[in-house]
Design a protein around this ligand. Structure first.
Ligand code: FE2
Length: 365
């Protein structure tokens, strides 16, 4: 497609010459005898790759025409044609957005060069804009791909965690489903405490894997039916640190392992392994502690039936400020029974995975 050029001049003779030269060079020209006429042509929807405009015209002059077209047709360069005596006005036109100016009288070559330069500049500008747009959408697409890959990676991590936690539950048949229920209760309380969702994810992983260190405890101690003696109890208590050591090497669990390390601490400092107290204990571990006790009380064991939620609440309240953080207990006490019941039923029916935390949160709300 040859480029179309709009030639605006109030002298017909000049228009004819200019169009003859441009036409011979392969351009398609259209003439306008005034600024007003040019404006009407442009506004009618006809498009031009270039406008050559006389500067001095009655009614609407070159500057006025430029002023009224540059915003609507930003990609159409304007070359001003002017007589020597108004060169300063031509420069002003350039400052106003004209691409170039041509001094009258001009040679054929000067006219063609000016047209070529302006059209080339326009082409480069458009190419650059297309390149920018393509680049932006390319970056956008790549970012989305990357985000999806990261989400997928997180998901596979979580599936691995599930398997790990379930492996422990399988070994210690007495507490089947314990990790899942405790995780769900922990998430529920954490949500009620207004903890941010990315932090809840960390807390959930810590809660789910809290006893993972028990993998390192010999079966004759871990599965011993009777009471543990002093020495056995000491070995059993190592499970917090063992779990912490296992998980801290995994960057994805760097924060969650702190909860594993601290999950047996008591608010008043009487817990183990470090005897942390109050806010020295990570908030996730303080929440876990309530959730863990709750599950232990209400779940059936081979040698006894689970007790009621009301009894669990009474017990937890009695230990508020000693074993448990009073703030956590307060929030826990305000969560309706129904939510705990529903959650427990769903998890025992195995329809609810422990991850992601949002699934549990959704089901509880
Ligand atoms: Fe434990």
């Amino acid at each position: 497609m040859p480029d179309r050029i709009l030639v605006v001049d109030d002298e017909e003779a000049i228009r004819e010459i200019v169009c003859a030269i441009l036409g011979a060079a392969g351009y398609i020209c259209k003439q306008a005898g005034s600024g007003i006429e040019a404006l009407a042509l442009l506004n009618s929807g006809e498009t031009f790759e270039l406008m050559l405009s006389d500067l001095m015209m009655a009614e609407l002059d070159g500057i006025g025409l430029l002023e009224r077209t540059k915003e609507k047709f930003p990609e159409m360069p304007v070359v001003m044609v002017t007589a020597v005596h108004d060169i300063s006005v031509a420069l002003a036109a350039i400052r106003n957005g004209a691409y170039d100016y041509l001094l009258k009288p001009f040679e054929r070559e000067q006219l063609l060069n000016a047209a070529r330069r302006a059209l080339e500049n326009r082409r480069l500008k458009i190419e650059n804009r297309i390149y920018q747009t393509e680049l932006e959408s390319l970056v956008k697409a790549r970012t989305l791909e990357l985000q999806a890959a990261v989400a997928e990676l997180k998901r596979s991590y979580d599936i691995t965690l599930e398997a790990l936690g379930d492996a422990l539950d399988l070994k210690d048949a007495e507490t089947v489903g314990h990790s899942r229920r405790v995780t769900a209760f922990t998430i529920l309380i954490a949500r009620a405490m207004g903890i941010a969702s990315d932090q809840i994810d960390v807390i959930a992983r810590g809660a789910f894997l809290h006893d993972i260190g028990k993998m390192a405890i010999p079966d004759n101690i871990l599965l011993k039916p009777g009471k543990l003696n002093e020495e056995e109890r000491a070995i059993m208590r190592e499970h917090c640190y063992r779990g912490y050591q296992m998980l801290k090497k995994i960057p994805f669990l760097a924060e969650a392992c702190e909860i594993v390390y601290s999950h047996q601490e008591h608010f008043d400092g009487s817990g183990y392994p470090r005897g942390l107290r109050g806010e020295e204990i990570p908030i996730g571990a303080r929440i876990f502690s309530v959730a863990d006790t709750l599950d232990a009380i209400i779940s059936d064991r081979p040698y006894r039936m689970g007790r009621s939620l009301a009894e669990a609440r009474k017990e937890i309240l009695a230990w508020s400020g000693r074993q448990f953080d009073p703030e956590v207990v307060k929030v826990f006490m305000n969560i309706p029974d129904q939510i705990f019941e529903d959650l427990r039923r769903e998890i025992n029916g195995h329809s609810l995975p422990p991850f992601p935390a949002t699934a549990i949160a959704k089901s509880a709300s």
